[in-house]
Write a protein that binds this ligand. Structure first.
Ligand code: SF4
Length: 350
């Protein structure tokens, strides 16, 4: 292994900090040995500084409508091939009830930016969920809203908010989004969520068209300022019906590598393994845990809607963990010596 890169890995393990050029070199010149070392350090760091056990986060995809037109996303408004659905309050609550029966205490309610879900409807949903159990943590991922709306939902009982930003660089942002969308507004939302006391989750994709290694390396400085509580790293999958449908998919090993770098740089982060990894690798969830992730997503969306919620490829559905295969997956993690958090463990500020 290149000695300089090994030294960067050791420095990161000890201090949690590198400059952008060092991150860039590690990403550019990574090989299997460096990958192994960085993942080993990431696992150790997770065990020492974040969590010894893996937590479950139940996801409910409430709507496949979206008013926006991000170039990479299968839910984009102009994708006329996308099948659309939205769930009503009763349906959302029964998904939550099913999750509770399996001991899931952390929930992510996500969907496109669907204007049907008014502030009041989401407020009612949050209150309904909290009535089912006070001992749950609710994350919302419903896009860019005004500060007043975020505040209302926080007061209603939502603890966390996930808003992926993709890039902190304006030039690159506009390669991925139409002109009327604004990176400034996205960043403003993230800061407002922080000020309001949310557990803030954010994230980006690996391997989107136009992404350079320097773009990835630069994100560490932005994240140091933002200091999010949770990071989601997805691998880009070219989705049908989008301007990027003929582009190449992202590279999975780079996703794991960046996840491990994030764990070393921000030891206390919550970091889910996202379901896109399973598109490339049947063992993707466990590999993600090996790269420092500490959360596994369980899809609680009813079967009839799961097929229609596809930000990426339909095929990504095949590896999803749902209530039906949660026990098998739990067993496979335990066989690999990963500890699973007990029932009623909640995501909270570290
Ligand atoms: S990424 Fe989000 S905001 Fe953009 S089109 Fe997809 S669901 Fe809508």
């Amino acid at each position: 292994m290149n000695e300089g890169l090994q030294e960067y890995a050791q420095r990161l393990r000890v201090s949690g900090q590198l400059d952008a050029s060092a991150y860039g070199e590690m990403i550019r010149f990574r090989d299997a040995e460096l990958m192994g070392l960085v993942c080993k350090y990431a696992m150790q760091t997770r065990m020492e500084r974040a969590a010894e056990s893996i937590q479950w986060l139940g996801t409910i995809d409430i709507s496949s409508y979206c008013k926006n037109d991000c170039y990479y996303c299968g839910l984009r408004r102009d994708n006329r091939f996308a099948e659309r659905y939205r769930m009503d309050l009763d349906e959302i609550l029964s998904c939550c009830e099913a999750g509770l029966q399996h001991g899931i205490t952390n929930y992510l309610i996500q969907g496109g930016e669907d204007l049907w879900y008014t502030t009041e409807r989401i407020t009612e949903m949050i209150r309904g969920m909290k009535k089912l159990s006070k001992d749950i943590t609710i994350f919302l991922s419903l896009g860019e809203k005004s500060r007043a709306v975020y505040q209302t939902w926080k007061q209603a009982g939502a603890e966390g908010y996930l808003l992926c930003y993709q890039t902190s660089d304006d030039r690159f942002y506009h390669k991925l989004h139409p002109n009327k969308m604004s990176l400034l507004r996205k960043k403003q939302c993230l800061w407002e969520l922080k000020e309001l006391g949310y557990l803030v989750g954010t994230g980006f994709m690996i391997g989107t068209p136009y992404q350079r290694i320097t773009d990835l390396a630069d994100e560490f400085a932005f994240l140091r300022q933002l200091a999010p509580d949770m990071m989601m790293v997805e691998t880009f999958l070219a989705s049908d019906g989008t301007p990027f449908e003929k582009e190449r998919n992202g590279v999975l090993d780079l996703t794991y590598f960046v996840m491990a770098l994030l764990r070393l740089s921000f030891p206390k982060l919550y970091m889910p393994v996202t379901q896109t990894v399973e598109f490339f690798d049947r063992d993707g969830m466990r590999q993600g845990v090996r790269a420092g992730a500490d959360i596994v997503l369980v899809d609680l969306t009813p079967e009839q809607w799961r097929k229609q919620y596809h930000c990426y490829q339909r095929a990504v559905r095949r590896g999803k963990i749902g209530l039906e295969n949660m026990a098998d997956f739990k067993r496979s993690l335990q066989e690999a010596d990963y500890e699973i958090a007990g029932i009623h463990e909640r995501i909270c500020r570290r």
